[in-house]
Write a protein that binds this ligand. Structure first.
Ligand SMILES: *[C@@H]1O[C@H](CO)[C@@H](O)[C@H](O)[C@H]1NC(C)=O
Ligand SMILES: *[C@@H]1O[C@H](CO)[C@@H](O)[C@H](O)[C@H]1NC(C)=O
Ligand SMILES: *[C@@H]1O[C@H](CO)[C@@H](O)[C@H](O)[C@H]1NC(C)=O
Ligand SMILES: *[C@@H]1O[C@H](CO)[C@@H](O)[C@H](O)[C@H]1NC(C)=O
Length: 258
């Protein structure tokens, strides 16, 4: 029994530390879980950038140039794509760094500025923690996206825009039922479909016309860029226009559903 356990443990160690893992990750950008003193946000995409060292791994004192470099190198977004979002964080005075030009990632969790109720993987502020991954909330999203199902048909292994759009709308219905102070602010109405458009755009597999389920899981569940599952940044830069087009598709599937 002891020997078996040892074998299991050492095999697991080899899988994690063995040559395959690091070699699939760009040099210097291996995934590391955040430490207890590292700052992380409600946004899985930003957290993944910090977990891979595209942003400072401590998630602290991040300025607009750091965001520009990180999103372009890691995800091939045009560098200025998130300038407005960053400026919004500055305008809302979310920063706790003591420098108006920088933020700690956790500053973005301040409710109803950028963060909003009814998110896919976080609970509402009403329940106490709107910043960290919430396994119960995610289980509902994961079930709707059918992330555990796979099969011989290509689309059994991918999430389409339609499935993602409906899952997001259903999450909002759940949140409104559960949370007596659910805030359907303009920010929430835009942010809900907005973040779905954002993860679809970021993880989009052009050849498939959908997003691989394994990529979504790595991203949301571990804050990990899914290099091991085959992710590579797209050849053509993504832009604000790409996100807006995706947003329109998400919104149109939601409008059809109601
Ligand atoms: C945590 O980070 C803050 C801000 O950088 C620093 O002041 C503090 O000393 C750190 N604490 C530990 C235990 O590393
Ligand atoms: C505030 O942050 C900006 C952007 O990183 C930097 O250029 C500037 O020197 C910082 N100011 C102070 C007083 O540290
Ligand atoms: C999916 O699988 C995970 C384990 O990988 C499990 O924790 C979760 O409950 C499953 N979800 C559903 C909807 O079956
Ligand atoms: C709800 O949203 C409105 C508009 O954005 C805001 O003024 C208000 O403070 C929010 N309420 C709560 C409880 O967050």
């Amino acid at each position: 029994m002891k020997i078996n356990l040892f074998l299991v443990a050492s095999t697991a160690g080899v899988v994690l530390a063995g040559p395959k893992w690091p070699s699939l990750e760009p040099k210097g950008h291996h995934w590391l879980a955040p430490g207890p003193n590292d700052s992380r946000s409600p946004c899985p995409g930003l957290n993944a950038l910090a977990n891979h060292g595209y942003l400072p791994r401590n998630g602290r004192e991040i300025d607009i140039n750091a965001i520009r470099t990180a999103v372009s190198v890691a995800y091939n977004y045009a560098p200025a794509t998130f300038d407005d979002a960053f400026k919004e964080a500055v305008d809302f005075k979310l920063t706790t760094t003591g420098n108006a030009s920088t933020i700690h990632l956790a500053d973005l969790a301040k409710h109803d500025n950028i963060e909003f109720d009814g998110s896919l993987s976080r609970n509402d502020i009403f329940f106490g923690d709107n910043n960290h991954f919430d396994a119960k909330i995610w289980a509902m999203t994961s079930a709707r996206l059918k992330l555990n199902d796979s099969g011989p048909e290509k689309l059994e292994n991918y999430v389409t825009v339609e499935v993602a759009a409906k899952a997001q709308a259903a999450r909002v219905v759940d949140a409104k039922k559960a949370n007596p102070s659910f805030n359907a602010s303009a920010n929430q109405m835009r942010g809900g479909p907005g973040t779905t458009a954002l993860y679809l755009t970021t993880l989009w597999d052009d050849k498939a016309g959908a997003v691989p389920k394994s990529w979504i899981r790595a991203w949301f569940e571990c804050g990990r860029i899914p290099y091991h599952e085959g992710y590579q940044p797209p050849a053509t830069p993504l832009t604000g226009e790409t996100i807006r087009n995706m947003f329109k598709q998400v919104a149109s599937f939601q409008a059809k559903a109601t």
